[in-house]
Design a protein around this ligand. Structure first.
Ligand code: SF4
Length: 488
């Protein structure tokens, strides 16, 4: 060891400074202060995880629901069935280098079966968020950059049924761009994962305010309804209810606009063809693509006047007095017309039956929400904190011998190699995530299995502690986690 290093160590001891070794940053922390990420502090000369550790337990009244046991704020999430008390990774801390056993390896006997839960906080450079935003409105072209504070933090990805999708974060934005891009990406992910709101701007598209479990705000307008289905599906659902009240119904949709009398549903009901032809590319009878451009108007198109999508009205087929309803996929936009002697649609007040039919569409829409899924790769070095033979952990998870949770919430493990998991942040306790300035996201993760399986996969058996001992330790330290052996 160099003289300089020895001198510094002596100075640190004299000034009560301790070094945090929970991540590669290796902060030197003065007494009463915290490190760069605020997760660890120097409390009376002991390195301490500053956030309370979250322990969950079943309620008596509502079997299956979990309630906070220690320091969990207002969380009322639904967690693992079976265990009476569950130690989550939130506030558990991290061990670094990874070959050290995880901070908590907890044994318990739910239902008389010897179980063990390996509890840690993973530091993830390989992680991202998938946002499902329930709206038809155009948020931006596929692949467009999504920005926060001017930095690219992700992109628009493939839209889903009634929802626009964003992919945010990921290793490229965290590590592959400028320092600011990495920092802003990390902050954006952290806020969203901890259920906070962020404002995003999409190149060539909209500005969004999004928050897990809340309605999205698109260009300043809060989205209320998620569409009942595409234009064709809306016809499939309501065709029979419209029959007798309208001669033609056109459901305007950016993806698949439906024309009732031409659609299979109208044919099945033996409706008379109306002779109204809409713009766009015909896919199958009564189903049209690209009737307009994407936008913030009717059904996710850019139109505000629905008649703009009518290409022609065939005088040989149409008739004066024809009743035409044009409606969007959420029922938020609707107009009723009657064709005059020249077969020109004339806007007319809606009869009661039509008004009710439009309301029925709205009634069948679900509330529009933003869903935030956290996705990360746990197949790397953090496995060494669980077992000396990491591939066995991966295999045991695939063989369903090990159950993985994040903050107690169930995760979905992707098939194939590695341990790539996905969790709904809304199912987790509040503020379950942290960060380190490398930059990377810190997320709780727990591996639960039978004790004998843990032994078989080469687990750190010497580090297994009964749950009662862990609870006693945490209660003695106000549920904070003092790291043993880290005094100055
Ligand atoms: S950034 Fe946080 S975890 Fe990393 S060394 Fe500093 S205090 Fe410890």
């Amino acid at each position: 060891m160099s003289e300089i290093a020895t001198e510094r160590e002596a100075k640190d001891v004299a000034e009560g400074i301790i070094t945090c070794d929970a991540c590669p940053v290796l902060c030197r922390i003065r007494p009463g202060r915290t490190g760069a990420c605020d997760r660890y502090g120097n409390v009376g000369g002991v390195l301490t995880r500053m956030d309370p550790m979250i322990i969950a337990s079943h309620t008596e009244a509502k079997r299956g629901a979990m309630v906070p046991f220690l320091g969990a704020g207002e969380w009322k999430g639904t967690l693992l069935p079976g265990g009476e008390t569950f130690v989550t990774g939130i506030g558990a801390g991290t061990t670094y280098p990874d070959y050290k056993p995880a901070p908590f390896i907890v044994s318990s006997r739910p239902g008389g079966v010897d179980m063990v839960t390996v509890v840690t906080e993973g530091i993830f450079s390989y992680c991202g968020l998938k946002l499902k935003i329930d709206t038809d409105r155009f948020v931006g072209p596929e692949q467009a950059a999504v920005r926060a504070e001017g930095e690219q933090v992700g992109h628009v990805t493939t839209a889903e049924y009634g929802s626009q999708m964003l992919a945010l974060g990921g290793v490229r934005h965290l590590t592959g761009g400028s320092k600011k891009e990495g920092v802003v990406t990390c902050e954006t992910m952290l806020t969203l994962a901890n259920k906070g709101a962020v404002e995003l701007a999409i190149d060539g598209g909209a500005t969004l305010t999004v928050q897990a479990g809340r309605p999205p705000i698109v260009n300043g307008t809060q989205e209320e309804r998620m569409r009942v289905g595409c234009g064709s599906a809306t016809i499939g659902i309501f065709a029979k209810q419209w029959q007798g009240h309208a001669d033609e119904v056109i459901v305007v949709d950016d993806h698949i606009t439906g024309v009732l009398t031409e659609h299979q549903a109208g044919r099945f009901l033996e409706m008379r063809p109306s002779g109204i032809r809409v713009r766009g590319r015909k896919s199958t009878p009564g189903r049209y693509f690209q009737v307009a451009n994407p936008g913030l108007g009717w059904g996710g198109t850019d139109i505000t006047d629905p008649l703009a999508i009518i290409e022609k009205i065939d005088a040989k087929t149409a008739w004066p007095g024809m009743r035409l309803l044009m409606v969007s996929t959420t029922g938020e936009d609707a107009a009723y017309f009657i064709l005059d002697e020249k077969l020109k649609p004339v806007l007319t007040p809606m009869p009661e039956a039509i008004r009710k039919a439009v309301e029925r569409i709205g009634e069948n829409c679900e509330p529009a929400l933003t869903t935030v899924m956290f996705m990360a790769g746990a197949g790397g070095s953090l496995r060494a904190g669980v077992t000396e033979n990491p591939i066995r952990l991966t295999r045991s998870i695939k063989e369903a011998l090990v159950r993985v949770t994040s903050g107690g919430a169930p995760v979905y493990i992707w098939p194939g190699g590695g341990i790539t998991y996905m969790v709904d942040v809304a199912a987790m306790p509040d503020n379950a995530f942290g960060h380190v300035p490398t930059p990377a996201i810190v997320a709780p993760i727990e591996f639960t299995m039978r004790l004998e399986d843990y032994r078989d996969l080469g687990g750190h058996m010497d580090s297994v502690r009964p749950v009662e001992a862990v609870l006693e330790q945490l209660q003695g330290s106000k549920s904070r986690n003092p790291i043993p052996g880290t005094t100055e």
